[in-house]
Design a protein around this ligand. Structure first.
Ligand code: FMN
Ligand code: ATP
Length: 194
């Protein structure tokens, strides 16, 4: 698996997934497996475009569920061929939707796969509809948890804050036990300090 900075990867064809993907939880795993399956069927590289730190950590100071190193390990296990890590800072957020799309065009994605609620770009102006003006976009059904809510990084952060570690662990899935171990020690630090 190769790691790239934005704007440096050129491919004649690919299948692409874009997202913060914090925690690589079971919903992310379902999405990434679908994209990987399509890349294999089409015999083209599978590319993941992610951000470090996750936008919600940058904008809202949310708890980060895994380090970028843990995320890269999980993406390697899932079978990504290339990962682009966008350094999510003030300068990056100023990038316009059309500039971001021009960057994606350099990888000639035959298909982009996302969940139905995906938004991207400056002030979240990039919708699936916008993306569809330029690319074929496949949508996976959101994977729900047994309580009937969508599995999300936000839900896992909430469960951890409430001390529901085993439920959080279930939603993260086997792939991400390494990151769960560091979260457990994070939780232990919090409880010891307060
Ligand atoms: C170029 C660029 C600029 C962005 N600017 C903002 C922003 O101004 N405000 C915001 O909340 N998110 C911003 N984002 C984050 C996206 O809305 C979104 O969170 C990100 O693309 C990851 O998608 P995901 O959260 O569905 O994984 C930006 C993303 C990109 C790629
Ligand atoms: N439960 C899910 N099932 C399928 N796809 C999902 C699921 N959760 C997120 N995705 C998709 O994964 C991609 C990355 O999303 P993102 O990293 O924002 O996940 P999230 O868990 O919704 O995060 P957050 O709760 O912080 O907003 C998006 O295309 C999103 O629609």
């Amino acid at each position: 698996m190769d790691i790239h900075t934005p704007g440096t990867l050129q491919l004649s064809a690919s299948v692409l997934t874009i997202g913060a993907l914090d925690g690589i939880h079971k919903g992310h795993q379902a999405l990434l497996s679908k994209a990987k399956e399509r890349a294999d069927q089409l015999k083209v590289p599978f590319v993941v475009y992610t951000f470090d730190p996750p936008p919600k950590v940058f904008f809202k100071g949310c708890q980060q569920l895994m380090s970028v190193e843990e995320k890269l390990q999980a993406l390697e296990r899932i079978g990504a061929d290339h990962v682009i890590v966008g350094p999510f800072d003030e300068a990056f957020t100023k990038k316009e939707v059309l500039d971001f799309i021009a960057e994606l065009q350099e990888m000639n994605p035959i298909e982009i796969w996302e969940g139905p609620d995906f938004l991207f770009g400056k002030n979240k102006k990039g919708t699936i509809e916008v993306l569809r003006r330029y690319f074929y976009v496949g949508i996976v059904n959101p994977l729900m948890c047994k309580e009937g809510e969508k599995i999300s990084s936000t839900r896992i952060r909430k469960l951890l804050q409430q001390g529901h570690y085993s439920r959080a662990k279930e939603l993260l899935g086997e792939e991400c036990l390494d990151s769960f171990r560091s979260l457990q020690s994070y939780a232990a630090d919090i409880s010891m300090s307060g």
